[in-house]
Design a protein around this ligand. Structure first.
Ligand code: SAM
Length: 197
């Protein structure tokens, strides 16, 4: 077995053993260990949450005093401790549903969005970045001052422009790739700390 396959297998096995719905949960766990995006008591919004691995991890990290909501186009089976809505994040009314649930601004917005991939990288990259801009529109309305955010980014020609856009809104931005993310995939994670608006 190649090292890469072994690592993939390791996270899949771990997810199965620990009751997480996706290996992706370990990406958020690892990012959180390094950057403390989510702390106990945090209100967390998870955009593009199906099948729910990040939402499950967010519930764990935010604890009893926290509040977690996930949004996805796809159906997501109930997750204890989280509220899930089936919506398109491109629709502006989603913000109202989010604020109705939290009743105050949130401490973290985590975005792991992937469009349906066409196989044409530049098309998929452009669509993924466009979804991230849609997330920032929501984020700007719901994230509290000094709050944190994470964006998955399909790396490509528009990534730098997106990073520069975020740079104006946060005190600190780090580009990283967690170990649980496949090496050959062109996804990166932008960790954004200290929302300044
Ligand atoms: C990689 S998956 C997320 C995995 C998730 N973080 C986990 O740990 O289980 C990306 C998700 O983005 C969702 N998505 C893509 N476009 C969307 C949109 N416009 N609105 C809401 N969700 C969207 C997809 O349906 C898909 O479930």
């Amino acid at each position: 077995m190649k090292l890469l396959d072994a690592r993939k297998d390791h996270y899949r096995k771990l997810a199965h053993e620990q009751g997480f719905r996706s290996r992706a949960a370990y990406k958020l766990k690892e990012l959180n260990q390094s950057y403390r995006i989510i702390g106990p008591g945090f209100y967390v919004l998870d955009l593009g949450c199906a099948p729910g691995g990040w939402t499950q991890m967010a519930v764990k990290l935010a604890g009893n005093q926290g509040k977690v909501m996930g949004v996805d186009l796809s159906y997501v089976e109930e997750i204890p401790g989280a509220h899930i809505i089936r919506e398109n994040i491109e629709d502006e009314h989603v913000v109202d549903e989010i604020m109705d649930y939290f009743e105050r601004k949130v401490n973290a917005v985590v975005c792991d969005l992937s469009p349906k991939v066409s196989g044409n990288w530049s098309v998929d990259h452009a669509k993924q970045i466009s979804l991230n801009y849609d997330c920032t529109k929501i984020m700007e309305k719901v994230l509290t001052h000094k709050g944190n955010a994470v964006f998955k980014v399909f790396d490509g020609e528009y990534s730098k422009e997106f990073k520069d856009y975020l740079k104006k809104k946060f005190a600190r931005i780090t580009v990283t790739k967690p170990k649980a993310s496949r090496k050959q995939s062109s996804e990166l994670y932008y960790v954004c700390l200290g929302f300044t608006g």
